[in-house]
Every structure is written in C-alpha cells, then in structure tokens.
Design a protein around this ligand. Structure first.
Ligand SMILES: *Cc1c(COP(=O)(O)O)cnc(C)c1O
Length: 389
C-alpha cells in the first residue's frame, strides 16, 4: 500500500490537525463531543455515522495510537486500554462465555495466571496449562468447550520462546482463537498475526512507552473479534486516557531506534554473562545456546532486551547480587531506558510454591535483567562488580 518503510510510516502517519497546523499531534483532552442536531446524534449513536461520541468509546489520540500499533502489527483493527492487564482481561472476558475453556502456556504474566486461576472460575471459565517446551501437547488438552489458546513469547521471566507458527497451525486446525501477549517483543520485533494469531495484546507500559512514565495496553487483530471487544469495553469502561494515548503514540515514533539499541546492548550483556565465571547459565533468545534459538531467529527480528541468568550459589547468591548492583535499578518494571534487575524467586513469583516456580523455570538463583539504553560498558562494569561481590 505504502511506498515508505515502516519507520517512516509511523512517524509520518497523522490522523488530523487542528486549525493551528501543529507539527506534532494535538492532545484532545475532552470527555465528550458535540452534535449539530438531533439527527446527527441519532445517526452517531446508531453507528450509521462513524464519529467520536464520548471518550470512553473513542478519542482522536487513542485512535491514532491504535492505528499506529495496528499498522505495525499488520492488524485490521484494535482497542486501547488503561493498562496491559485491562487489555488481557477485557479481551478474554469479551470473547468467553460461562462454560468455556481456555488453553494457555503455563509461563504467563503473574496477574494473567491469577485471572485464570482465581477469577475466571467465578464465571465458570476453566483453563488448562501446557508447558512452554511442549506446544505439541496442546491438542490433547482441547475439549468441546475450548475457545481460546493464549500464550506469551518470549515468556516472563524465563525468556523461553514458543513456536508461533505451530501455535497458529493448531489454532486454525481446531477453529480456536489464538491470542498472543506480545509484550516482550513489541510490534517492532515480532508480528504474531503473520504466524496465524487472531489477536495480539500489548502492555504498552513496558517497551512501547519505554521511558517508565505511563501505563497503557492495547489489543489488535481480526475486525470481527475487535468489534466484540469494543462493545464489551465501551460498556465496561477500561479505556486508555487520551493523555496516555498521546504519550504512547509519540513513543512509537522512536520505538524502532530504541529497540535497535536495547537489543544491541542486551546481546552484549548476554555475551558478557555467558563468559562470566560466577554465572551458571544465561538465557537470551539470540544467543546460540538458547534452547529455542532457531525458532527465535525465525519469528523475531532481534532478541529483545530481557535476559534471564542464574547466579552460581542459589537464593543467597541471587539476593546478594541484586543487593550489590549500584547503577542498575532494583525495580519490578521492565522495558525502561534504565537497566533493571529483579530476583523473581523472592519478589514477583514468591507466592508460587517451589514446585510451581520450577515448573515455569524460576530457580532460586534466577535473575531477570531488562537492559536499558545507558552506555553498555557502564552496565557491564556494574554487573561485573556485583557478580564478584
Ligand atoms: C507487564 C505485563 C502485563 C501487564 O501490563 P500492565 O500494563 O502492567 O497492566 C501483561 N503481560 C506481560 C507479558 C507483561 O510483562
């Protein structure tokens, strides 16, 4: 369609300008919109006429953000949410009925796991988990009430890779909806729709904002499914704020250059860790030693900015390492300009029992690092001194 490359498209695509002809999209801080007359109101509410009515339904800034993400993901349509979790919840709640069954990778974001195990049972929605390295077992889990297959790749915090093409084939064969949480890859590194996904979800809070400022989420994909998600959401109210949409839309203009640097830095850090005597093992999708290296290469443009590694000496050594970093931040976020280290066994995944933790690959000494945009030599020096400590 376009003669331009994606980077140019994203920077140059505008929805509208006001009479001031601003170079940067204006911010539309308005909760509602006015109508010429009763007939225009009637036509708008009956959806004969497509226009903004109320910002819980749509807003020019959220529409711009959705359009840009949809363009990057090769999606037909989308809806933007206040957070990544509201995107996950609203997407699934809109499509599932009481009695339905969902099949998911066991390695999903903590709150997504809570949704499946603690809250969905309240509405009689059941789930089955498959292990990340056992995509082939999915077919055995399918029941007559199965409606959705859900997965993340790369996974958090194990940085495992799932074969999206295989997932796409299984979903298609059994007429199931494939939903991929593409948060760790961003629309710049991986486009699950190309491999058969019906819907793609992002927590925009992470690399899409990329600067640790705002929360946001988005779901893009098949227009008929987005229509159902839209109707559910416009009535239940998880909409993204216009201000956050404006911030996130601007962030997309720099996503490609930021990601190139994040990934370049991450690969260097991963290579450093692999050589380090105090490190047991390292997992990074674009290291040859990664168990799913070939699949990562097939479906990702670059390896991303998340590395998981195991410090020799287990829980005590893991905690000691976290306490010894000076430059890197100890924080629960990821995908920021600032490099962040976390110790899942004692923080984000501490509520899981040891057996459950091991099931998702979280050993006691496992450290997750979200590599930022500082000079990579400074990051490596900090990690080096922390490992020696
Ligand atoms: C952070 C995250 C979410 C949730 O996003 P929020 O914006 O924090 O609500 C969902 N999935 C993955 C993979 C995440 O990393």
């Amino acid at each position: 369609m376009s003669q331009f490359h994606l980077e140019t498209e994203i920077i140059r695509s505008h929805i509208e300008r006001s009479q001031h002809q601003e170079h940067s999209s204006p911010l539309y801080l308005t909760s509602s919109y006015v109508f010429e007359d009763a007939e225009e109101m009637r036509a708008s509410f009956s959806e004969e006429k497509e226009r903004n009515i109320y910002s819980r339904f749509s807003n020019p800034n959220t529409s711009e953000f959705i359009d840009r993400i949809a363009k990057m993901e090769g999606a037909e349509s989308g809806y933007a949410f206040a957070t990544g979790m509201s995107a996950v919840f609203s997407t699934l709640a809109a499509l599932l009925n009481s009695g339905d069954h969902i099949i998911s990778s066991r390695s999903v974001f903590g709150s997504t796991h809570s949704l499946f195990t603690k809250f969905f049972p309240k509405w009689n929605i059941s789930h089955s988990y498959f292990k990340v390295n056992e995509v082939g077992t999915i077919e055995k889990l399918i029941t007559p009430t199965t409606k959705i297959i859900f997965a993340e790749s790369p996974t958090n915090p194990g940085v495992d890779i799932l074969d999206l093409e295989l997932l796409g084939k299984i979903a298609k064969k059994h007429h199931l909806i494939l939903v991929i949480d593409n948060c760790f890859a961003t629309p710049y590194l991986q486009n699950p729709i190309k491999f058969g996904a019906d819907l793609v979800i992002h927590s925009a809070t992470k690399l899409i904002d990329g600067q640790g400022r705002v929360l946001g989420g988005v779901t893009v994909g098949r227009a008929d499914l987005i229509r159902e998600i839209y109707l559910f959401s416009r009535n239940t109210g998880p909409a993204l704020s216009p201000f956050n949409a404006w911030v996130l839309s601007k962030s997309l203009e720099t996503l490609p250059v930021r990601l190139e640097k994040h990934c370049e830095n991450a690969l260097k850090v991963a290579q450093f860790l692999e050589e380090n005597e105090f490190v047991e093992n390292v997992k990074y999708p674009f290291l040859k030693s990664h168990p799913q290296y070939k699949i990562a290469k097939k479906q990702m443009k670059l390896g991303g900015n998340i590395i998981s590694f195991e410090v020799k000496g287990g829980l005590k050594a893991g905690r000691k390492f976290i306490n010894s970093v000076n430059l890197c931040s100890r924080s629960a976020n990821l995908g920021d300009t600032k490099t962040i280290v976390t110790h899942p066994a004692s923080t984000t995944h501490s509520k899981l029992g040891e057996v459950d933790r091991l099931e998702v690959g979280i050993t006691d000494g496992l450290v997750r690092i979200s590599v930022g945009l500082e000079h990579v030599d400074d990051v490596i020096s900090d990690l080096q001194q922390a490992l020696k400590n």
